[in-house]
Design a protein around this ligand. Structure first.
Ligand SMILES: [Mg+2]
Length: 380
């Protein structure tokens, strides 16, 4: 079998409640035997350009030789890391696994070493006690609140609303203005609420800051969604700075890289909870195959409340029952893109047009409120 074409598909839809477009960046690889594979990356213009760049390299190659093709694509970047390269390889490599699974009649989890579990535990996002209650009533047993604004009060309110049988997580989204000392103060203030993890309380590129927080706050520390390739995660793992590692299937560099990361983490008793806050439906399914296969899987981030296009562009959609997603048993990824839907909803990479959350977190940067007042709002 030979690869004859690698095509990108940018599809998108306007957010119903805010400015900008929610884009999804897919890839499809075509072979001379008629088998095709699909993949997805983080929807960034640089990643789309890199998919074209790297896709051209593998035309004429045998799609089964995934490690060899991975190395060829990685070498082409002159071994440069970063999410443009990592995202492109993620999407292409995902599609290669899809082709291999379809050709062999096996789901991807069976090519990754077999299935540890038939269903993958999922959590979703809730930022108010009302939202938390609604998701718990739907069966969710894990909920994550995002952002720093009134973080402590929201954790407290959510815990009171849902009780101790529900896992709560807090993600501060690592804002660049957050000092380590303040992240420790917030962490200490939520220590007694039994959180499953405390995610990126400071900008995660600052490994020493993460290390200080881990040494000061008694909540498992989580990070990793911004990383590309195992090399970027090495220090976090080796120094056991994180308790939970969170690679994103749309930019970490491929399922094989995520499997290697899982093994690195396993040797340090670190668990994996892949990131899906901004990923789309195909990447989500790829990650679920991985979550089914690894021993140190903790919990999966399931995005609810996305634009309607997300739930229409791929079939079948994962169904969540009692906070779990059933692992697909069909060959390959076990899903397909719906071309009519994809082509009827072109995405938008107009500069600035695809930005999301651009006013969400950075309101505190300019002007910075007086610190004592600001902290009071976080802690009390
Ligand atoms: Mg996060």
């Amino acid at each position: 079998m030979k690869i004859i074409d690698v095509k990108t598909y940018l599809t998108g839809q306007a957010w119903p409640d805010r400015e900008g477009v929610r884009n999804f960046l897919f890839v499809r690889i075509y072979t001379d035997e008629g088998i095709t594979g699909i993949g997805e990356a983080s929807s960034l213009p640089a990643i789309e350009a890199e998919i074209r760049n790297k896709g051209a390299l593998i035309i004429g190659e045998d799609p089964f030789q995934i490690q060899k093709l991975w190395s060829k694509m990685y070498l082409q970047s002159h071994f440069m890391t970063g999410i443009a390269s990592g995202g492109a390889i993620s999407a292409i490599e995902m599609a290669l696994w899809d082709i291999k699974g379809k050709a062999l009649g096996q789901p991807i989890w069976n090519l990754l070493g077999g299935k540890m579990r038939d269903k993958v535990r999922a959590y979703t996002h809730a930022n108010t006690p009302e939202q938390a209650r609604a998701f718990v009533d739907q069966g969710y047993t894990g909920l994550k609140m995002g952002g720093i604004e009134q973080a402590v009060q929201r954790v407290k309110d959510m815990r009171e609303e849902v009780g101790d049988d529900i896992d709560i997580m807090a993600d501060l989204h690592g804002p660049p203005w957050m000092t380590t000392s303040d992240a420790i103060s917030v962490g200490k203030a939520i220590e007694d609420y039994g959180l499953l993890f405390y995610e990126e309380p400071v900008a995660p590129e600052n490994i020493e800051a993460l290390s200080r927080i881990q040494n000061s706050v008694n909540i498992p520390l989580a990070s990793g969604e911004r990383l590309a390739y195992i090399y970027a995660a090495r220090e976090l793992i080796e120094r056991e700075i994180v308790d939970i590692i969170q690679p994103d299937a749309g930019r970490f560099g491929g399922l094989s890289q995520m499997m290697k990361l899982a093994a690195m983490a396993e040797a340090h008793y670190i668990q994996m909870a892949p990131h899906d806050g901004s990923l789309g439906p195909v990447g989500e399914i790829a990650s679920i195959h991985l979550c089914a296969s690894i021993p140190n899987f903790l919990i999966w981030e399931h995005r609810t409340g996305d634009v309607p296009l997300r739930y229409e562009v791929m079939q079948p959609q994962p169904e969540v029952f009692d906070s779990h997603i059933i692992v697909p048993n069909l060959p390959g990824l076990g899903v397909d893109l719906i071309d009519e839907v994809m082509l009827a909803n072109p995405g938008d990479f107009t500069p600035g047009g695809h930005a999301t959350n651009n006013k969400h977190e950075y309101r505190f940067v300019y002007p910075q409120p007086r610190r004592a007042n600001w902290l009071k709002g976080k802690i009390q």
